[in-house]
Ligand binder design. Sequence first.
Ligand code: CTP
Ligand code: MG
Length: 207
Amino acid sequence: MEVWSIVVAAGSGRRFGGPKQLVELAGRRVVDRSVDAMARVSAGVVLVGAADQLADLTTSGADRIVAGGATRSASVRAGLDVLPESATHVLVHDAARPLVPEAVCDRVVAALVDGADGVVPVVPVTDSLRSVDGVPVDRARLLAVQTPQGFRLDALRAGHAGDADATDDATLVSGLGGDVRHVDGDPVNLKITGPDDVRIAEVLLDD
Ligand code: CTP
Ligand code: MG
């Protein structure tokens, strides 16, 4: 078993208002924190960046850097294309989740060791929920999905074979009947989405 990571950082940060992966959190860039977190739990890291930011990413510590695509799924596929032959499993992580605790990664890898085709870290939804037309939604039926998601490499490659598009890779693998398991995520593993998330992340880093 050889576990590699793909860190996807090729988004445009529309909701943030710019390239959030290059923003500094307590003196260190979001993307560098994410690459470092994945390097600690894998044999190597492929970083997928926007074509015009590749020069900014050379100091990230990633083993391989490649240009992404127009959608997150296309960026994951760009990463899959440059994994070494020796890789058997892959962790796909959003660069926008720089605070991922090592324990979350460890739980994902442990489920892969145990034979899962795919592994998704999840957290309970804490807010009360309503649909857009005002119907209450039972939050006990819902889970919020985080990254890194872990995969047997051939299962993820099969999921991506049809140039499919999905905001999360596990959907592609379970769609093919793969054994996709849940493990506990962590509320600390927030995704930097809007500018307020930088302030929240800095508070968490200060703890
Ligand atoms: N991502 C990517 N390639 C894309 C789109 C997204 O590599 N074409 C990456 C982002 O860089 C991010 C992760 O996927 O690390 C999760 O995406 P999201 O949080 O939606 O980031 P953005 O797409 O950049 O933000 P927005 O949707 O607000 O534009
Ligand atoms: Mg996006």
